[in-house]
Design a protein around this ligand. Structure first.
Ligand code: UDX
Ligand code: UDX
Length: 467
């Protein structure tokens, strides 16, 4: 008991070093030492806001001045359920701050999270230039012992490179702790995922780093969330292995869907029955136009590249990537076999985001499909509840509408590309009246085919026998 008490006292001392050195941060209101989050994108903003909501004092930094100005006023640049509320709440209670002054924030913090992007670079390898720049900045501003947690997704071995860069750029040779805490947040439900995760992972090469991380996450651990303490190498592997496994599951069910169509089976029935086997599990067995987003496509490619360097063949991951890359063309082929030439065909598209409940269009299957159809000469008219602005940044000439029914006026075909629940609320009798040719392709198996057919629609879906 005494040993436990002494250990906790040492930890509290370590976490509070900046208080002891600088005095309390002037804006400080909570009881824990300040945290800096570097990179206020999807991951950094959710992390920063949620850490503040757990009671910590957090400064989210970014090089994007415009973004920081907006956030300081409580304007959120992304759509994410529940995020606006917690950002406002914690701005008001002075636990959450936004700044472009990364150096000052580093100086004033004892714990630093790195969440800058690691986009796909050349040949599918992760582009680590942003994260290395941040490591250099941390090194130059490391005058007192701090604990640095990397959250960005990085290939194997990167954390050691980050350590070397910090050491090389640190003139005072100040010791520091470094850990890798991979994130598993899903866009659209990231606040919920942060507050109620299946598990939390911390990769560290000393107990102290993992203990400090555990203290920061204590409110979640108190709810019974398992904490996996691993080596740094294991944590790096866990992140890529998790995303790759989920990608494999999706590509697998998409292949099964194609097979189901050939033999007259129904992929929904198949997915439900196989998913009820606990060893398989029900999640991520939804067939569709292929996985997209900022993670699965880039992480699977980066994983393959990393494996190649070590002489490992990740055949299953490679197959998942290949299968995924063919999804859009399979949908185009189905349309061609139904309509013949697509040149001049008017197609309404519902959904532009890579999935529902987000305005993110990165690697969106909907956009890939739209581009393939445009290349075949089809005329596209599109609607998304919130992702239109982002889609127009990628495809500036796209015809978009603020009302879904207007997109369908005179259409030869309607494609549902993103499974927004609000599409279920559409008045399909009115859709029927507006469309020229009554053909719906539900690439997400969202709609009630039976009732659509009763209205008079011809319906195509994924992995089912279509009548
Ligand atoms: C995150 C992770 O960091 C990435 O590794 C993971 O695979 C996907 O999720 P995300 O939050 O989606 O990335 O990235 P993004 O929305 O692009 O945000 C990154 C932020 O970092 C941007 O706001 C950018 O301005 C900022 N940034 C980038 C810096 O502040 N400094 C830099 O040097 C580079
Ligand atoms: C994913 C991981 O789930 C998350 O743990 C990680 O931190 C980041 O990457 P995200 O990309 O936000 O999250 O979305 P996710 O819900 O996983 O969906 C990814 C893609 O797969 C979407 O395009 C989605 O439509 C597709 N998908 C998902 C399917 O096609 N079928 C499914 O059954 C599930």
């Amino acid at each position: 008991m005494n040993k436990w008490f002494t250990e906790k006292l040492v930890l509290i001392y370590l976490i509070c070093i900046p208080f002891l050195v600088y005095g309390a941060h002037p804006r400080q209101t909570s009881t824990s030492a300040p945290i800096t989050v570097i990179g206020t994108g999807y991951v950094g903003l959710v992390l920063g806001a949620c850490l503040a909501d757990l009671g910590h004092t957090v400064t989210c930094c970014d090089v994007d001045q415009n973004k920081i100005e907006m956030l300081s006023k409580g304007v959120i640049p992304i759509y994410e359920a529940g995020l606006h509320e917690i950002v406002l709440k914690n701005l008001e209670s002075k636990r959450l701050f936004f700044s472009t002054n990364i150096c000052e924030s580093i100086l004033n913090s004892s714990n630093i999270f790195i969440t800058v992007g690691t986009p796909e670079g050349k040949n599918g390898e992760a582009n680590l230039s942003y994260i290395f720049d941040v490591a250099e900045t941390i090194g130059k501003n490391l005058h007192h012992t701090k604990t640095i947690f990397v959250k960005s997704t990085v290939p194997m071995g990167t954390i050691e490179w980050i350590r070397e860069i910090i050491e090389k750029n640190n003139p005072t040779k100040t010791p520091f702790n470094l850990g890798y805490a991979p994130e598993f947040l899903r866009e659209g439900s990231s606040v919920e995922d942060f507050m109620h995760p299946d598990r939390i992972v911390i990769g560290a090469d000393n107990e102290e780093t993992a203990d400090i991380f555990a203290l920061l996450m204590q409110p979640l651990l108190d709810q019974g969330v398992p904490l996996c303490r691993t080596s740094i190498a294991s944590a790096e592997m866990i992140k890529y292995a998790s995303n790759s496994f989920l990608s494999i599951k999706i590509s697998f069910i998409n292949e099964i869907a194609d097979f189901c169509e050939k033999i007259g089976a129904n992929v929904e029935e198949v997915a439900l029955a196989i998913g009820l086997d606990k060893r398989i599990g029900k999640a991520f067995l939804k067939p569709g136009p292929g996985y997209g987003g900022s993670c699965f496509p880039k992480d699977t490619l980066a994983f393959l590249k990393a494996a190649e360097k070590y002489g490992i063949d990740l055949n299953t991951v490679n197959a998942a990537v290949q299968t995924n890359s063919l999804r859009a063309s399979k949908i185009v082929e189905k349309l061609q076999s139904r309509f013949g030439s697509l040149a001049g065909l008017k197609i309404a598209v519902l959904g532009l985001a890579f999935k529902e409940k987000t305005d993110d269009v990165r690697e969106s299957a909907a956009l890939k499909l739209i581009e393939s159809l445009q290349n075949k000469g089809a005329i596209l008219k599109c609607y998304d509840p919130i992702a239109t602005e982002n889609a127009l940044k990628v495809l500036p000439d796209l015809a978009t509408f603020s009302n879904p029914l207007d997109a369908m006026e005179g259409a030869d075909a309607l494609i549902l590309a993103t499974p927004w629940k609000e599409f279920l609320e559409l008045d399909f009798q009115e859709v029927y009246n507006r469309m020229k040719n009554k053909f719906i392709f539900d690439t997400r198996n969202l709609l009630d085919e039976k009732s659509l057919r009763s209205i008079g629609f011809e319906v195509e879906s994924i992995g089912k026998k279509n009548h």
